[in-house]
Design a protein around this ligand. Structure first.
Ligand code: SF4
Length: 322
């Protein structure tokens, strides 16, 4: 658990303190048996020879630079990961990426954990190492710092990101709820935009947090109006111990249909599900019913997969009246 003071204060300003309890406070189900959960819900482990480099697509790889975050979201699919690579370990990982570049990698995604927990100097060194990857055209940095620790996103950090890399830098902001579009978020976004960094967003659809068309509309409209293009709305992954955030695919589809009438087209994210076999994300619209709680989907590589929803969670028994 980690609760940055600034995040608590900013939520308190809008009367949304309850959000912290819902997404950051542990729940007893996290240590209970969870047969519907998966250890590697998006099938990303062991995809390259390096523990820091993950590859699911031909043209891009993920570079894990830390497992630390400013705040620990209880729904995170990497919540069990622990790593704190040294610069030498990252150098070795970049050597792996240089090898992979021969097979078509053009983009590196910095992820973790939150890359912005690292110092400006360390991040600049990572970006500069990536400058040695032949043919690298873009670097994406995924972060929730503007939400949880907005004072971390300074003009200095923004300019280091641009100056340290010959590749085009995009920052993908992970935002869960419109209450997270607070004044600290606005300042962080302004610093990144002034440096000329392109901004996208990702959100996870979470039962009891944002599974309401009006909440989603406020979130995506708010991002769009701030110059952040809503990019993905993720169906929740089957992370062990997170059944409280799960909702059926059909409910997600209904919410997204309602959303369509509430926000402008450019503010609509793609509603996707990350397939557990590691073949990547596909639009939820690609899923075709294949029995109760099951779907058939054509994978991006042309194969076919049966996707099973998380089984319904039995409700705790009511104490008997005495
Ligand atoms: S900030 Fe991102 S990586 Fe960190 S716990 Fe939240 S979702 Fe996971």
């Amino acid at each position: 658990m980690r609760f940055p003071r600034i995040y608590l204060d900013l939520l308190a300003e809008s009367g949304a303190e309850d959000l912290v309890r819902r997404i950051g406070w542990p729940d007893p189900e996290e240590t209970a048996p969870d047969p519907g959960g998966l250890d590697d819900p998006v099938g990303e482990r062991g995809s390259t020879g390096s523990p820091l480099v993950l590859r699911k697509y031909a043209d891009r790889v993920i570079l894990l630079v830390t497992s630390r975050c400013h705040f620990y979201c209880r729904f995170c699919f990497r919540s069990g990961m622990t790593l704190e690579p040294t610069l030498e370990e990252i150098e070795r990982a970049v050597a792996t990426i240089i090898d992979l570049a021969r097979t078509g990698v053009r983009e590196v995604i910095l992820s973790g954990g939150d890359p912005f927990v690292l110092s400006d100097a360390f991040l600049a060194q990572v970006l500069s190492l990536l400058g040695g990857v032949p043919g690298l055209s873009t670097i994406r940095v995924h972060t929730r710092a503007p939400v949880h620790q907005p004072d971390r996103v300074t003009p200095g950090l923004a300019s280091r990101l641009v100056e340290a890399s010959p590749a085009r830098v995009w920052v993908v902001l992970h935002v869960t709820h419109p209450a997270e579009l607070h004044r600290g978020f606005d300042e962080a976004v302004a610093h990144l935009r002034r440096a000329g960094i392109g901004l996208l967003s990702q959100s996870v659809l979470l039962a009891g947090v944002n599974d309401d068309p009006l909440v989603l509309a406020a979130l995506f409209r708010g991002l769009y109006e701030r110059g952040v293009k809503p990019y993905y709305l993720h169906h929740p992954d089957r992370v062990r111990g997170t059944a409280r955030f799960a909702l059926p695919i059909e409910r997600g589809r209904t919410l997204v249909r309602r959303l369509r009438g509430l926000v402008p087209g450019p503010a609509m994210p793609a509603y996707v599900v990350d397939l557990p076999d590691g073949s990547g994300k596909v639009p939820v619209d690609w899923l075709e019913a294949d029995g109760p709680g099951a779907w058939r989907v054509e994978r991006p590589d042309g194969g076919s997969l049966r996707y099973e929803e998380r089984p319904a969670v039995p409700m705790p028994e009511e104490p008997s009246a005495r």
